[in-house]
Ligand binder design. Structure first.
Ligand code: KG4
Ligand code: ZN
Length: 331
């Protein structure tokens, strides 16, 4: 089955051809990072205008690279939320129109189910497993019992993990997006600064990253007031360790409680080398298997939407053309 995936929820316009929900035939991503970094973050109005410009060429390139004619596509799957409403509308409307005009089945896909499904691409991963989804907008610990059966056990109560990276990076003058910049600096530093592991020991699986952000801001202000120079590498490492201790600590605790041996990490923060290394060590030490998508499939892409759309279609059939984009769509 040939699926055309379309993704436009934030600042990437993306299209991909995925076969049987598992095999990538093409994966085209047009990133707007160079445009938004001038403003230090995504400007929604600018993002949707750029999506309108790019959607058609990106979809055409995905078909061309896969050597597929639109008449050979069995299903079109487009992201319907969560995300920026103006951005979502571009990909969703385009997908619906393309499906309608060519008499192709259509599904609207949840972006977070897409992130979870990124780990199905070109791997042997099958439910059940525990999924840690860490993106720019969301942090979820999800028990994936079957392809479409999710139990959300933990979520962030304020900032998402990626959002915390982006905000701290901005304060440190590192630019947007902050995740990769802090990750690279952290490799050169030592964890010399004492920062809180918020909610690590608490008796639930929710997260909170705003207290850590405040602690970093207080540290920066107090050092500046004392006239001390801030060692950016050490600050990046200390911040990253505080984030990873909580993410990894809570994930492992829940895996033990559920007696689940397979953990799948996804979302933009799963591109983090520090996080990948921690799970590599845990695989060797504990009896678990950890899946990470390739880096290009960690951040936003349309192949993951194609994979999620395939399993949704297999179990629930098509979506009605009347479905709407939902900015705050939950899992
Ligand atoms: O999943 P994603 O592409 O978009 C959303 O759905 O939000 O995630 C983007 C987030 C940004 O906050 C970015 O800073 C973060 O992922 N990110 C990283 C790394 N690469 C991207 N965070 C930490 N380390 C990285 N290497
Ligand atoms: Zn995302």
């Amino acid at each position: 089955m040939i699926v055309l995936g379309i993704e436009s929820s934030c600042d990437e316009t993306a299209a991909a051809i995925v076969e049987d929900g598992r095999h990538i035939r093409s994966n085209i991503i047009s990133s707007q990072i160079d445009i938004h970094k001038k403003y230090g973050g995504v400007v929604p109005e600018v993002a949707s205008r750029k999506h309108i410009e790019m959607i058609s060429p990106v979809v055409e390139e995905a078909l061309e690279v896969a050597n597929i004619d639109i008449s050979q596509v069995d299903l079109i799957a487009a992201t319907r939320g969560p995300g920026l409403i103006g951005s979502l509308l571009v990909g969703l409307s385009y997908g619906k129109a393309l499906a309608f005009a060519n008499n192709i089945d259509f599904v609207g896909v949840n972006h977070m189910e897409g992130h979870i499904s990124a780990n199905y691409l070109d791997t042997d991963l099958k439910p059940p497993f525990l999924s840690l989804v860490v993106s720019g907008g969301h942090t979820y610990l999800v028990h994936v019992k079957d392809y479409l059966s999710f139990e959300v056990i933990g979520r962030t109560r304020d900032d998402a993990a990626g959002e915390a990276y982006d905000k701290i990076a901005r304060t440190m003058g590192l630019g947007y997006p902050g995740g990769p910049k802090i990750d690279n600096l952290a490799k050169l530093g030592q964890p010399t600064i004492d920062l809180p592991r918020v909610m690590l020991k608490e008796d639930h699986y929710d997260f909170s990253f705003s207290g850590l952000k405040t602690a970093v801001l207080n540290y920066i202000n107090s050092q500046e007031m004392k006239g001390n120079e801030i060692v950016k590498e050490d600050l990046a490492r200390s911040f990253q360790d505080a984030v990873l201790d909580v993410l990894v600590g809570k994930t492992m605790r829940l895996a033990k409680e559920l007696n689940v041996k397979t953990i799948a990490v996804s979302g933009g923060v799963s591109a983090n080398d520090g996080l990948r290394k921690r799970f590599e060590v845990l695989e060797a030490e504990e009896n678990i298997k950890a899946y990470f998508p390739s880096k290009i499939l960690s951040t936003d892409n349309a192949a993951m939407i194609g994979a999620a759309g395939y399993y949704q279609y297999k179990r629930q059939g098509v979506s009605d053309f009347s479905i709407k984009a939902v900015a705050n769509l939950g899992l």
